[in-house]
Design a protein around this ligand. Sequence first.
Ligand SMILES: CC(C)(COP(=O)(O)OP(=O)(O)OC[C@H]1O[C@@H](n2cnc3c(N)ncnc32)[C@H](O)[C@@H]1OP(=O)(O)O)[C@@H](O)C(=O)NCCC(=O)NCCS
Length: 236
Amino acid sequence: MDQIQDQKQEPEIKIVLADESHVHYVDEILETIAAAAKVRGTGIAKRNPEYVKQKMIEGKAVLALCGDDFAGFSYIETWDNKQYVTTSGLIVPDRYRGKGLARRIKHMTFSLARKRWPEAKIFSLTSGAAVMKLNTQHGYKPVTFAQLTNDESFWHGCEGCVNFDVLQRTDRRYCICTGMLFDPKDPDCLAAAQKELDLDPTCRETIEAKYGPMPPYKLPEKESKTLLDKIKSLFK
Ligand SMILES: CC(C)(COP(=O)(O)OP(=O)(O)OC[C@H]1O[C@@H](n2cnc3c(N)ncnc32)[C@H](O)[C@@H]1OP(=O)(O)O)[C@@H](O)C(=O)NCCC(=O)NCCS
């Protein structure tokens, strides 16, 4: 009974689409990211405050807020002329971890990416177990680095990592991180993402209130048939 009352008293944590009214959180966000990178010993992709502020102003960032308290953050970036998107800079402060916030933030950044660039491939380069799990739940599949973007500005982000020499030595073919890709033309990716996002109707409502209907999580009939035909032909 006490436990039930305690749960009821926990303040609600909201996942919001960031805008210019949130730029005052940027210093705290960057300090939290830097402190977490130090603990993980991974080094860090360079992010300056102006860049992160700009993400908020452009509607490409997501915040978790407990009242006015900062409870989490992530943003989206496009590469290769918007053919690829990443969800980046995911951070949840220590005091808010283990409550499913990273998952809710990922629902929002992923949905935002799908809504704004429905044709783009969404990828991730990570060594974090939590992020790998979240990516898998959203329909990403492990891929070789050759299937990720060639955009130089993306790979520059790796220069601050302690393992950058590995990436250099292997001509950008291998490193400690795992590459993962969500392909919007792959029905398996779409089905997994839909299953995951159906768990969080508030996320869909938030995106649709601002940007209109989400793209479907099924391929158009013609493309589905083509794929089905291809699979059938494998068994002939
Ligand atoms: C990684 C991080 C964002 C997770 O935040 P969180 O709010 O505690 O995560 P959630 O509670 O939403 O958990 C998401 C999933 O990851 C799993 N997970 C969380 N932390 C984990 C960890 N350290 N190791 C393995 N799995 C983990 C959870 O079990 C959960 O899976 P489930 O939904 O199937 O149960 C947070 O620990 C953090 O900010 N770390 C430092 C920064 C960082 O590593 N960012 C990622 C950069 S690649």
